[in-house]
Design a protein around this ligand. Structure first.
Ligand SMILES: C[S@@+](CC[C@H](N)C(=O)[O-])C[C@H]1O[C@@H](n2cnc3c(N)ncnc32)[C@H](O)[C@@H]1O
Length: 259
């Protein structure tokens, strides 16, 4: 089980500059002081990114570059592309980043360039732009914050956060679509919040024929977005009025052979 040091999360105010957050570390070749470029409106890398980066690095650590060729990695909802850049820093990987947002993909390309990494970018809705391809690893940090309505924002930073009333609108689609683009034995790594009911994620993946389990957890204080939504979380019975922390979880799922 991976845990990481506490850190405030969810810096939501728009940045004045384009480089607010450190690249997840330690990554071979990336020094901690390097910063992640992002165009305004793109999700700032934060605790959920870092937690997933830890799990992703461990997942890729022992993949070999044998006759099967490079490990094909797909990031769904790339944002500034930090996870794609991490994956591309592992020898013998072939990385594709998908996002709906042009600004996110521009940020991803800039970050890949700055770190000398090769990341292919595709704009579109989750797996749609890569529907005919297959990947060994799919990694995703989808928007998962419970929102006032089920209507998903169509632009701006809110598109990176809001996941419908239960926070599962995009998360459920990741669970449903990822198996279709995974190779046999391929793995999905997806981060979200305990507010989204991780057991439901595991059950949903089981129903798609995947084996699935929670492999990492991390509890940290509410940031500005969750602080703003405290009443909403309480009204939905997701949190108590006194609660000030959120637990993040990473679910790892494997597509068995013949599935
Ligand atoms: C929480 S951010 C994660 C960004 C980055 N992966 C990270 O961990 O820092 C979610 C990202 O998903 C993108 N997104 C939201 N809905 C999407 C969809 N249906 N298809 C593709 N990308 C989507 C948003 O634009 C945003 O960049």
């Amino acid at each position: 089980m991976t845990t990481v040091a506490p850190d405030p999360r969810h810096a939501t105010s728009e940045p004045r500059t384009t480089a607010p957050g450190p690249m997840p570390e330690p990554v071979a070749g990336i020094r901690p002081h390097h910063r992640v470029f992002r165009v305004p409106g793109v999700y700032p890398v934060q605790r959920d990114t870092w937690l997933l980066a830890d799990v992703l690095r461990a997942e890729l650590a022992d993949h070999g570059c044998g006759a099967a060729g490079p490990c094909r990695v797909l990031e769904l909802g790339a944002g500034a592309g930090a996870l794609s850049v991490v994956a591309a820093g592992v020898p013998c990987t072939d990385v594709t980043a998908v996002d709906l947002s042009r600004r996110a993909l521009l940020s991803t390309r800039v970050n890949a360039l700055r770190h000398g990494r090769r990341v292919r970018t595709r704009r579109g809705d989750l797996t749609a732009p890569v529907a005919r391809e297959r990947f060994d690893v799919v990694v995703s940090n989808p928007p998962y914050v419970p929102a006032a309505t089920d209507e998903l924002p169509v632009h701006g930073l809110a598109r990176a956060f809001d996941g419908g009333r239960d926070g599962r609108a995009v998360l459920d689609r990741v669970c449903d679509e990822a198996p279709d683009v995974l190779t046999e034995g391929g793995r999905l790594l997806v981060v979200h919040s305990a507010f989204n009911d991780p057991a439901l994620t595991v059950r949903r993946l089981h129903s798609r024929g995947m084996s699935a389990e929670v492999v990492a957890r991390h509890e940290h204080p509410y940031g500005p977005v969750l602080t703003q939504r405290r009443e909403l979380l309480c009204a939905r019975g997701l949190a108590t009025p006194e609660q000030r922390t959120e637990e993040l979880v990473v679910v790892r799922a494997v597509r068995p052979a013949g599935c």
